[in-house]
Write a protein that binds this ligand. Structure first.
Ligand SMILES: *Cc1c(COP(=O)(O)O)cnc(C)c1O
Length: 419
């Protein structure tokens, strides 16, 4: 078998028009399978190799030219398996190209680093994923980049200036779930010639068509919903060939690439992405509506709910919402809070989300960190609603929340008997 038979035709076997008219569920079944027919299989082969070998000097020379992530060169630039996933992701995102990286965070730092340096100003949306913020503050600022934060498209417009190198937005915000207007942000940035990058992990290509809304560089922690099985870390960056130019060069120089095994597993996750997202959405809404009516819950922060301040924007820019979402609980002592969290039987206690299993996590957004542990602060809890039966999940939540109802007599700001 030769490399050329493994990499398959550069263009997908179905024409672009055929793919564009397909429903997302159908498209998910057909993308990333171009190399399968060469081995008479349904699934593409898993190609593991460090060295890529060529049959002629001419072929070898061709491969070393430029920066390519869609053809054989050297293991670090990917193998046929990587190219399958990248092509699949580009097609699902309605754009030209994709780059796979070793984690979602690696994708984010690659995009930011490619636009950073002395004399560069990066505008970042408030409430950004904690490690993204830490990278901006600890790494980029130290290296001479100016970082500024915006809470709305109006604030962004006022901050845009000649040395703005990129706008980085995440919608909705991590933990606090505020929505950002991608259309307004993109048009304001583009009017100044500034590209827009978006962390689209929450929406996935199934519920968020980021490029159609104006985003130039869309980033996914495929670790979450796209793979969906909680067994790997992977980042994916999509955009036109031109929009990803600097990012591609950065990745090439920094060795950020994903392992072929991880790409292969993610292609398997992709097949069920649409059905999983629908099920996550139905259950998340059922659970969220039940929580809204619960006496121990102050607020449910979830743009898919009519009462959420971001609901209108969510409805106009997303075609669905699978979660995760956050709930606000009344102040309580640390001991009561621990009893509440430790009470869960079905919800696992852990960070991350997007897998088949439900998870619970105390949420401490950056701007609340200073008062973390203060017993009079409202408690935020992030929930990921997995693929279990929603009624079982509600029962588990009901049982844990009863701990708070029984403790509701305690005074939040003073030590109580259980402190
Ligand atoms: C988890 C997450 C990431 C990071 O992805 P990893 O693969 O865990 O590095 C980035 N952005 C968001 C919004 C996330 O939730």
């Amino acid at each position: 078998m030769t490399w050329s038979s493994l990499t398959g035709p550069l263009l997908p076997s179905l024409s672009l028009t055929e793919k564009e008219t397909m429903h997302p569920e159908t498209q998910l079944i057909h993308v990333g399978r171009n190399t399968a027919s060469a081995i008479h299989a349904i699934n593409p082969p898993l190609v593991r190799t460090s060295t890529t070998v060529f049959s002629t000097l001419d072929e070898y020379k061709q491969a070393q030219r430029g920066i390519v992530f869609d053809g054989p060169r050297y293991g670090r630039s990917g193998t046929a398996t990587t190219f399958e996933l990248q092509r699949a992701m580009a097609e699902l995102s309605g754009t030209e190209t994709a780059i796979a990286t070793s984690s979602g965070l690696a994708a984010i730092t690659a995009v930011l680093s490619a636009h950073a340096g002395p004399g560069h100003r990066i505008l970042v949306s408030a409430g950004i994923y904690g490690p993204t913020r830490a990278f901006c503050e600890e790494e980029l600022v130290r290296a001479g980049t100016v970082i500024e934060y915006f809470s709305s498209s109006a604030e962004l417009s006022a901050l845009l200036c000649d040395d703005t190198s990129i706008v980085f937005v995440e919608t909705p915000a991590s933990l606090t779930m505020e929505m950002f207007d991608l259309v307004a942000i993109s048009s304001a940035a583009h009017a100044r010639g500034v590209p827009v990058a978006c962390d689209s992990t929450w929406g996935t290509p199934v519920f968020l068509d980021a490029h159609a809304l104006g985003v130039d560089i869309s980033i996914h922690a495929a670790t979450k919903f796209i793979n969906g099985h909680s067994d790997l870390l992977l980042g994916l960056i999509t955009g036109t060939y031109d929009a990803l130019g600097r990012v591609r060069a950065h990745c090439d120089r920094n060795g950020t690439h994903a392992a072929p095994d991880v790409c292969w597993l993610t292609l398997r996750g992709v097949r069920t992405l649409a059905v999983r997202m629908q099920r996550h959405q139905t259950s998340a809404l059922t659970v969220a509506r039940w929580l809204e009516a619960h006496p121990a819950v102050r607020r449910v922060l979830f743009p898919a709910l009519e009462a959420d301040p971001g609901h209108k924007l969510w409805k106009s820019q997303f075609s669905g919402a699978a979660g995760p979402f956050t709930i606000e609980l009344p102040p309580c002592s640390e001991a009561t809070f621990a009893r509440f969290i430790d009470h869960f039987a079905l919800f696992g206690l852990g960070t991350s989300w997007g897998g088949f299993e439900s998870l619970v996590m105390p949420a401490v957004p950056h701007h609340l960190r200073a008062i973390d542990g203060a017993s009079d602060a409202p408690r935020l809890v992030r929930l990921h609603i997995g693929l279990e039966n929603a009624e079982d999940l509600i029962e588990d939540l009901d049982s844990a929340l009863s701990v708070l109802l029984y403790a509701s007599g305690e005074s939040g700001s003073h030590p109580t008997s259980d402190d």
